[in-house]
Design a protein around this ligand. Sequence first.
Ligand SMILES: [Zn+2]
Ligand SMILES: [Zn+2]
Length: 154
Amino acid sequence: METLINLLWIETIKWNTITITAIWIVIFLRLIIIIRTARDISARTENHFFQIISILLVTIIPFPIWLLIYIAIRPIWTIIRTNWDLNINASWILENSIIQNNARCQKCWTLNPKEYKNCIKCGEKIKTNCKECNSEYPKDYFYCPFCGAPNIER
Ligand SMILES: [Zn+2]
Ligand SMILES: [Zn+2]
């Protein structure tokens, strides 16, 4: 009788150990997911409210559901990617405005305001007259901006 009780006792301890280990593994995995989500969401938004909601979501809601909700609500691009897109756009606008507001000297490649008649660096004439409509425009243009005739001097 005493042996049986002893055996049962050992069995109970064994099962308790397995259960406790399993619980620890589950807690550990959940922690990794929470840390991973925290890093992911802070790379995607600077909105603290949104960051906290996302972390709470993966902490409280059971597995497949939080993943689906998180993927649905998180911003598609990271902040770095978004800033990169904005920078590309800004440099494109800047480049366009430089092209539109300046004329490049064909001799020394200096950029001059497009109203100037001669290069500020070498004195070269930077305007030409259209062969079709006789309008004056910068020499580095491929086409006359007034009538569209090609610039034969280029
Ligand atoms: Zn020049
Ligand atoms: Zn013209």
